[in-house]
Design a protein around this ligand. Structure first.
Ligand code: MSP
Length: 518
């Protein structure tokens, strides 16, 4: 079983902000989850280098004559950012790499051989912000709606792709594959677009001095979106490693932001149809983050640096916040105030407190300070209970796992987190109801049983949290002497009640201390 997922490849005219981090983090969460299921995961991310935006940024820095140097520098910055945030990508593709160029050439030739590329004159507008040819009817007061800027007026001899030829095939594909475009609201949007507005598109630029030369016509370069989309193929071997390509294509998921859905759900599948390559299983378009209610932008200077947040609050807290704050697929807002509130209520006083309470009680038993000394596994093995009340705990945990897996199938990791937090609240309530400290006075056996059950609950919570908060899960496993998931010990086994023994109890430092030090 393989799982191939991708992020968009980002423009590198600036450093990554929290919006880019959002897509990359959600992809990382999905990659963790599918690895946990035992899938052979390929998680591709990378950078879109042949963009006019990048060139303009290089020129602004006085590096107009050293563009490759600028791209090398920026691309390293993006890669380092994901590395410092612990993103577990399998490969990082750059579109100036030779392997990518080779793949683009191969792809272009196949589409041309199929009769879908012809020469024509493009007369119209081009917005550099969107890197897109736009229609006059899409302008508002003569400006691009997304970038509030007047687009360039172009008259160029270009190569065109016969996109409109694919209208009916695209509509049929979307109808027959209800999961292809998600969420549902985006599907309606894309169907309307394909039905009513699909036109042939220019796929080359005459006036650009940077980019991949058009095969057979070095006076032109390939239009940046045509080149960029092909990264999803070249990143896994298309044009340079057939075996690798056959192992992972078609993609299981392209995760993108909602603003680039037309490229991914109309142009891209039509390009693939033309080249005779099978289509990806799913494109999921998530919403956009604003900052304190405002669009994130360079001119407003309000872009939030994910590295800064991770430095202060930890990567796991940031991952949690981004996922928890917004229904996945919808838009959301980022504010430091709500970040701090959630940190305190859900992390410090939520999961952090629950884990530390349970470990504190168990630790006292192991050290013998409240009863006779006990081995961790003795306490743990008392957690099997034939009492009706405790059996229902076992069932409850299985229900959570079921819901969790089902939400991941629908790509709703935010809902998976809801289920985990319900289990944490349940654990808290269980402690309050059982009042183990009161039981201890008269019944050590019953006390031990309760602590055994709670320890197993902590193990499940940590495993459920693993895709979202890998560092936290590792800390808990270290406290319990539980191994990391590894070969032959994937989710199917680990999610069982008491699947693996707890061999150690060591409380360690608080998982989410209040007032974390910068
Ligand atoms: N280079 C193209 C993508 C080519 S893919 C074949 C591009 N790059 S981009 O740098 O502009 O990145 C866009 C993506 O970054 C969005 O689709 C989304 O995934 C993410 N986001 C950028 N800003 C965002 C927010 N404010 N909020 C959420 N995600 C955002 O488009």
């Amino acid at each position: 079983m393989k799982y191939y997922l991708t992020t968009p490849i980002y423009y590198i005219n600036d450093k990554p902000h929290i919006g880019h981090a959002y897509t990359t983090i959600v992809s990382d969460i999905l990659a963790h989850y599918h690895r946990l299921r035992g899938a052979d995961v390929f998680f591709l991310t990378g950078v879109d280098e042949n963009s006019l935006k990048n060139i303009e940024a290089a020129e602004k820095l006085g590096m107009g004559d050293r563009i490759q140097e600028y791209l090398d520098m920026q691309s390293a910055l993006w890669k380092q950012t994901w590395d410092s945030l612990g993103i577990t990508y399998t490969d990082f593709i750059r579109t100036t790499e030779e392997r990518h160029k080779q793949g683009v050439e191969k792809f272009w030739k196949r589409v041309r051989e199929n009769g879908d590329i012809y020469k024509g004159t493009y007369e119209g507008f081009y917005c550099v912000g969107c890197e897109a040819f736009i229609r006059e009817t899409d302008l508002v007061d003569g400006k691009c709606q997304h970038h509030d800027k007047e687009p360039k007026k172009l008259i160029e001899e270009n190569y065109f792709f016969a996109l409109s030829k694919y209208r009916e095939r695209l509509l049929a594909y979307i109808e027959q594959n209800p999961d292809f475009v998600q969420p549902q609201s985006r599907r309606n949007e894309i169907v309307n677009y394909i039905r009513d507005h699909l036109e042939d598109v220019s796929i080359s630029r005459q006036s650009m001095k940077w980019g991949i030369p058009v095969p057979g016509d070095p006076e032109q370069v390939v239009y940046v979106w045509f080149d960029a989309l092909i990264n999803y193929l070249t990143g896994i071997g298309y044009g340079w490693d057939d075996e690798l390509f056959a192992r992972y294509w078609p993609a299981d998921l392209h995760l993108v932001g909602k603003e680039i859905i037309k490229f991914h759900c109309a142009l891209w599948p039509a390009m693939l149809m033309s080249a005779g390559i099978s289509l990806p299983a799913r494109v999921f378009a998530h919403g956009f983050f604003t900052i304190d209610g405002q669009k994130m932008s360079k001119s407003l200077g309000n872009a939030i640096d994910p590295v800064e947040i991770a430095k202060v609050h930890g990567m796991d807290a940031m991952r949690y916040f981004l996922l928890r704050e917004v229904p996945f697929g919808g838009d959301g807002d980022f504010s430091y105030e709500r970040f701090s509130k959630r940190y305190e209520s859900d992390l410090s006083k939520g999961v952090g407190n629950f884990v530390s309470r349970v470990l504190a009680m168990a630790e006292k038993m192991v050290s013998g300070s409240i009863s006779e000394k006990m081995e961790p596994d003795t306490i743990f093995s008392q957690g099997i209970s034939d009492q009706v009340g405790d059996d229902s705990i076992h069932e409850r945990v299985q229900e959570v796992w079921q819901e969790y897996e089902e939400t991941f199938d629908r790509i709703r990791p935010d809902e998976a987190l809801d289920a985990v937090w319900r289990l944490i609240s349940f654990g808290d309530k269980y402690i309050e109801e059982k009042k183990p400290w009161a039981i201890l006075k008269g019944n050590t056996e019953e006390y031990t049983k309760i602590i055994g059950i709670l320890l197993e609950l902590v193990r499940h919570v940590s495993l459920l949290l693993y895709p979202f908060m890998p560092e936290t899960a590792l800390k808990v496993w270290r406290s319990l002497g539980v191994e990391e998931p590894h070969k032959e010990q994937y989710l199917a086994k680990l999610k069982e009640w008491r699947a693996v023994p707890i061999t150690k109890i060591e409380r360690g430092e608080a998982l989410f201390p209040l007032n974390p030090k910068p």
